[in-house]
Design a protein around this ligand. Sequence first.
Ligand SMILES: Cc1cc2nc3c(=O)[nH]c(=O)nc-3n(C[C@H](O)[C@H](O)[C@H](O)COP(=O)(O)OP(=O)(O)OC[C@H]3O[C@@H](n4cnc5c(N)ncnc54)[C@H](O)[C@@H]3O)c2cc1C
Length: 496
Amino acid sequence: MMLAKSGCKVTLLERRDRPGGRTSSLGDDQYTFDLGPTFFLYPRVLQEIFQFCGYNLFKEVPMKRLDPQYRIQFESGGRIDATPDPVAMREQIASLNPADADGFDAFIAENRQKLKAFQPILEQPFNSWKDVLRPHLLKVLPLLKPHQSVETYLKRFFSDPRVRIAFCFQSKYLGMSPFQCPSLFSILSFLEYEFGVYHPIGGCNSVTQVMARIATELGVDIRYNEPVKSFEYRGRRPVRAFTEQGEYRGDAFVVNADFAQFMSRAIPNALRQRWTDRKLEKKKFSCSTYMMYLGVRKQFDLPHHTIHISDEYRRNLTDIEEDFVIPESPSFYVQNASVTDPSLAPEGRSTLYLLAPVSHQHPNIDWARESASFREKFLDRIRLAGFDLDPSDIEYEKIVTPADWEHEHQIYRGATFNLAHGLTQMLHLRPRNRFEDLEGVYLAGGGTHPGSGLPVIFESSRITSNLLLEDLGMEPIPAQVGSHKLGSESPELMPA
Ligand SMILES: Cc1cc2nc3c(=O)[nH]c(=O)nc-3n(C[C@H](O)[C@H](O)[C@H](O)COP(=O)(O)OP(=O)(O)OC[C@H]3O[C@@H](n4cnc5c(N)ncnc54)[C@H](O)[C@@H]3O)c2cc1C
């Protein structure tokens, strides 16, 4: 969208039959599901991109701000219905542990400062290690406490481990354990309370469908079912992309496919220096997810999002990230979106989206063998979250295992949240937006800077577009930070 608006002639080659990648839809003529993202957070970045292109995100995609944002419940006892209303939120925390209620305001205040300090870093490219020495970054480093985990950081505000989990399970959005994830990612839960958790009507996939429509209106030639297989090179510069159907010349190429998968499949190893196959193999990758998408002949008077924390939460994380085995009693997430959005299922019926974090692909686990028994276990466990589901009520069912993420969706090791976000794989140490191993190649998506998750992925596309425009001697996209106030565009977006 941004490149076309800036005057580039853009062809988009997409291997699947629809737009959106992980943010696409699935289902049948009755039931619609999001394949991946279900939490739409921090719409500001995308709204700025839409504004630049002459559109209004909130007019194009109606959204509902959720209240409660989600329910987080603990197998060991207790739950929080997370709400953006600070008074009610303090009460929710007090119901678990009265001593922790005051920590909420302090947490919000400190993280507001943290985001303000960190925002410019998320919005700039990291082209070399020297960029880490920028005076601004050096100034904010102490605030970021880079070597502290987000869970340890939260001890300053909350004494109850359950309350801490309620404010750090969000590191799972990056596919990481909160006991490993760097403390700066405490801004994830802050973003939810400060700016809201949204449900785009039709699901997050309606955002990417609208983007595909707008891109076409701006002149982008979108070609579905055309995976890029290889390139012709002049030195280190690709000049032509090949698909089975044709060949495409370009002055510049943007790669949004899963970084590690695309590099190891479509770019010859000999042309890569920093990101060779061997080096990729040694990198740390995020967890994967076991998914069930169920169309059910029944409705559930339960929240839109429920996160169930196993009483073996820590053990779960070790199973997933260190031992690469299937957890005995997995934590899980259920989205009951038709409670908010009747467009997703016929009247009286519901869509249930079930997600359990599991290890990325590893020789320890053969999903062709394990999937059936995991399904049974999962259906049994969702009763703990109040979903009293009789399997005979299931009318539509689709399962996606880590093996499917790898083979069907072409994601390296099925690691749904890309390269992990430890300190050794962030900023200049992550694959760079102006790709360092080739000339005229640019990266966007969760495998590059700033990282995984939709808001930062949209930011990566803006950073990347600007680098490409600069290299082609074209006008950059004007900075729009702070040019509008979130929530002012649509009554739906006002605080719930
Ligand atoms: C189950 C799940 C739940 C998630 N939940 C959330 C959430 O609630 N909120 C959130 O913000 N984030 C969430 N995420 C993370 C977020 O979805 C992803 O990080 C993001 O969608 C990845 O975007 P991307 O552009 O990097 O990759 P993708 O969306 O995978 O896009 C890559 C595109 O490239 C195409 N492609 C691949 N290879 C080729 C090729 N050779 N030629 C042509 N095209 C190719 C693919 O088909 C795809 O369309 C979730 C992810 C998953 C999997």
